[in-house]
Design a protein around this ligand. Structure first.
Ligand SMILES: Nc1ncnc2c1ncn2[C@@H]1O[C@H](COP(=O)(O)OP(=O)(O)OP(=O)(O)O)[C@@H](O)[C@H]1O
Ligand SMILES: [Zn+2]
Length: 652
């Protein structure tokens, strides 16, 4: 296609961008400079100071304003004659329905969460509009093309879920610093300052056999008239000393592990230091509780220093005291926030003391904050590269240049000086419940589980539906929507509380349910299979969905702590650590090398680094294998999908 003709296609295209953040700012600029003239942008956020370092269309004076609107104004300044239509709104809103999507030639995602990405994928499928999807995390990034019926949809391949760790690793047998951080943040911090009514696995670990009765005193409660410094030392001795001694009593646990060392405050603090720390003023400086800092009151300045055990101990005690003296009103409803200095200080110190006990290397506050806040520092250049690739794929899509579509991975360590790995897209996954009509199967105890369990745990949580409707044959069992009569709402509410087999149209083994999302215009069938018993640990939902692109589980490989089957709680077996919902997965990939063979080791090391890093450690253990096909391409398989790699076909 000649360049004149090419430019015409670009000029007349109507494109929708979803997300005007790190990737979105770069993308809007590149679209405008490439000749696009009709661009619509949806973003629900306002500009924050922390966005300014890389979201270069925004300035300090824009803080608090709509990203979509400000991005438009900034680009119109250098491309005044193009049309940019901003929507300061959530893409999941009802106004963005299938008809809205149908007006576009292509949709370009610059989002940061799985939920919105899945939603846009379904609307693009329903509206039959091609989608170019993207994601970055640090130096890693990817761009993928999804064209209905031609290439995989966004949900054809499983996505990594937030990393989770077995509870026993966190409560009893940490082996990495991140385990100590999870313990300090999700258990200790939550126990000390969070909602007391929430279950917490520290409850289990905090009492010995003798005091484990219901009425046992909660060691974490501050006694009436208990001096705050005394309280701090009691908590310290309890969690770092007494609890470790209790744990050591279980000989089985330590047979193949290093035994931890109990740490008591009197062993660490110098004798003459009758524990006086920084000077305390009664009120917060300038009344701003976010400025309260244990580091500041102890004169520790550099967040990149690794504190000694003594320094960690002093920070822990000082921070605890500061919470009680200066932020008492927050106690009871605090949730860990990486931007809360005092919270980061106490979590760093607690994690380090625990790490010292278990012989794990200590970390600085800066590092601990990154781990606790799941921060992968954004790299502006990666966003720029990815935005450029999105535009290249968008242009190919507009030309219908199917043979040249590429999914491209930006890898951290260039292989043979190649930073980008282009991969030919695959055909739709025939087992994908989103873009094919493959029914799902749900094993469930139909005489015990309620309709509510299916709606919450399966339809909303696993299938990502917003406005679900559930039918058994022609009988409507459940529906949501603004236009329902009161009596209908009451009926559906009553159904939610009914056991499946006792619904007006009973759901038993062999029943086929139809589940539909009215906004996404997405329907799927679920075959119900009755099953009596479920393994509480492995199947905590009490039901099992299959035929579903199950995300790869993480942290399974090479973790000796998993050998320990001991459990402290039957309900919650994993402590979930959120990681940025990055989308970089290298499934079975075909690397396009334009006829020339690339050494497998080059490709696999690049692929492995892309697939590991912060992204998805599970892939690193997979062995790539090489297959040559007749057109001289090398096919590298890093089997991450549930489709056998051999079954995958290149898009023709
Ligand atoms: N459901 C949604 N509807 C509309 N916009 C969304 C939705 N979900 C996410 N976004 C937008 O996608 C953009 C993603 O950009 P980015 O990943 O740079 O995140 P950020 O919030 O700007 O930065 P950071 O999270 O690093 O502070 C954000 O501007 C966010 O508002
Ligand atoms: Zn699909």
């Amino acid at each position: 296609m000649g360049s004149e003709q090419q430019l015409e296609v670009i000029k007349s295209a109507k494109v929708l961008m979803v997300g005007a953040g790190g990737i979105g700012c770069e993308l809007l600029k590149t679209l405008a400079l490439s000749g696009f003239q009709d661009i619509h942008i949806i973003d629900m956020d306002t500009i924050e100071v922390s966005n300014l370092n890389r979201q270069f269309l925004f300035r300090q004076s824009h803080v608090g304003q709509s990203k979509a609107k400000v991005a438009r104004e900034a680009v119109l300044r250098f491309r005044p004659n193009i049309n940019i239509t901003p929507y300061h709104a959530n893409v999941k809103g009802p106004e963005f329905n299938v008809d809205f999507f149908k007006q576009f030639n292509v949709v370009l995602n610059g989002l940061d969460n799985l939920d919105a990405r899945r939603h846009v994928n379904r609307l693009c499928l329903a509206a039959d509009v091609p989608l170019v999807e993207s994601g970055t995390t640090g130096f890693l990034g990817q761009v993928t093309v999804h064209v209905k019926g031609k290439t995989e949809c966004y949900e054809c391949q499983p996505k990594p879920t937030p990393k989770s760790y077995p509870v026993c690793t966190i409560t009893s047998t940490p082996s990495k610093f991140v385990h100590c951080i999870v313990w300090a943040k999700d258990l200790l911090f939550a126990k000390l300052f969070g909602d007391k009514s929430q279950g917490n696995d520290l409850n289990v670990r905090s009492s010995d056999g003798a005091s484990s009765s219901e009425n046992a005193e909660d060691a974490f409660e501050r006694r009436a008239d208990e001096d705050v410094e005394q309280y701090g030392r009691r908590i310290y001795d309890h969690v770092f000393g007494y609890n470790i001694e209790m744990a050591l009593g279980n000989e089985e646990t330590w047979k193949n592990r290093n035994r931890p060392k109990p740490i008591y405050s009197c062993d660490v603090l110098p004798e003459n230091l009758s524990y006086q720390n920084g000077t305390l003023e009664k009120d917060c400086p300038n009344g701003d509780s976010s400025l309260v800092s244990a580091m500041a009151s102890l004169g520790l300045k550099n967040p990149q220093d690794i504190w000694s055990l003594l320094e960690n101990t002093r920070i822990f005690l000082e921070a605890l005291k500061l919470f009680f003296v200066k932020r008492e009103k927050d106690i009871g409803n605090l949730i860990f926030d990486k931007d809360d200095q005092l919270a980061v200080e106490i979590v760093t110190a607690a994690a380090n003391i625990r790490a010292a006990s278990f012989g794990i290397p200590l970390h600085s506050l800066f590092e601990a904050k990154g781990i606790a806040g799941n921060i992968v520092h954004a790299v502006a250049t990666t966003n720029a590269i990815i935005a450029g690739l999105i535009v290249i794929e968008a242009i190919k899509v507009l030309h219908g240049d199917t043979n040249r579509y590429r999914m491209t991975y930006c890898v951290e360590h260039p292989a043979r000086k190649m930073l980008l790995m282009p991969v030919e897209p695959f055909e739709p996954n025939k087992a994908c419940y989103v873009c094919s009509e493959t029914p799902l199967t749900l094993e469930v105890n139909t005489s015990r589980s309620k309709l509510r369990d299916i709606v919450e745990k399966i339809v909303k949580n696993k299938l990502g539906m917003n406005l679900p409707l559930i039918m058994h044959g022609s009988a409507l069992l459940y529906e949501v929507g603004d236009d329902l009569e009161e009596v209908e709402v009451a009926n559906y509410e009553a159904n939610l509380e009914k056991v499946l087999a006792e619904l007006p149209s009973p759901v038993t083994g062999g029943t086929v349910l139809t589940v539909e999302d009215l906004q996404q215009e997405f329907t799927c069938s679920i075959n119900i299979k009755h099953r009596e018993e479920f393994d509480e640990e492995k199947e905590p939902d009490g039901m099992l969905l299959s035929g579903w692109t199950q995300p790869p589980t993480t942290e399974k490989d090479n973790d000796p702590t998993l050998a320990n089957k001991e459990s402290t709680s039957s309900a919650a077996q994993t402590a979930v650590v959120e990681v940025d919902e990055v989308e970089i997965v290298l499934p079975s990939v075909r690397v396009d090398i334009g006829g020339a063979k690339r050494k497998l080791s080059d490709i696999s090391s690049a692929a492995t680094s892309a697939a590991t890093g912060v992204v998805d450690a599970t892939h690193s253990s997979r062995k790539p294998e090489e297959i040559e096909d007749d057109d001289n391409d090398v096919v590298v398989m890093i089997d991450g999908g549930n489709l056998g790699a051999n079954k995958k076909k290149r898009v023709q």
